[in-house]
Design a protein around this ligand. Sequence first.
Ligand SMILES: Cc1ncc(COP(=O)(O)O)c(C=O)c1O
Length: 309
Amino acid sequence: MPIQPTAKIWMDGQLIDWDKAHIHVLTHSLHYGTAVFEGIRAYPTDDGPAIFRLSEHVERLLNSAKLLSIDCDYNQKELEDAIVLTVVESGLEGGYIRPLIYLGYGEMGLNPLPCKTNVAIAMWPWGAYLGDDVMQTGISLMVSSWARHDPRSLPTAAKATGMYINSSLAKVEALRAGYDEALLLNIDGYVSEGTGENIFLVKDNVLITPPVSAVGALNGITADAIITLAKELGYEVRNELIRRSDVYLADEAFLTGTAAEVVPIRELDNRKIGSVVPGQVTKRLREAFDACCRGRYETHRDWITLAKR
Ligand SMILES: Cc1ncc(COP(=O)(O)O)c(C=O)c1O
């Protein structure tokens, strides 16, 4: 879906007209994939737009920068304020927010240390990433022929732009083969994650999700919310290594991510998972998650930040 422009993009402390938010073609990060970013959502609430888990996203952004030895000129509070301002200026009730810390124009070569650091934050309207009716239909997955990053090759806790080549290769392979999404295994054959989502299984009413650091997956903020909500609703949650065959035999499986939100998996490698879509546990957690994002859950109001000037 093409990006729908809004009025302004925040760039290095200024709100720039959307159409004028340009960078030089010799920008370092464009050549070597050395930028770090976040994907954040804002949702409509009775009190105006609210940003979901803003502080956790900014913390992960700054940690990603640290992992790549990128010095950011803005601290946690300044970035949070800039994101709130971007949401307010957008005039939107909800949508997707993309903060990016990148190495700018001025130096070239593989040593990033002398490079100038730039920051940009954009927001635009963005509906359901994997389809509007995904809660009713679920999605189809294939196990990718591409293995997930190995922690000995890349800092897998970083959300760095260059690392997404791996996701992109897997996504294109899956789409060309007629599936909605790819499931990546790590180099030892254990299930890691989707191209931009974490995975959960439900077996005998217990939730199982892989230990992210062991399988090279990103430490998802949506996954953390789901684990918290599931425990509060009385489910046992286990962090365990998963084989692809465990997914085939699960009662339910779902993906979580800021863009995708909570999405039931209908089938993996043409094997149907469970008997109904969405499964009962998936549905219950999705409903709780949606209520939290919109400030309608009895607890976790602290997970949302109202975007007010
Ligand atoms: C590779 C990858 N895994 C998992 C996730 C889910 O993370 P979150 O729930 O914090 O959006 C994302 C999205 O940011 C991702 O890009």
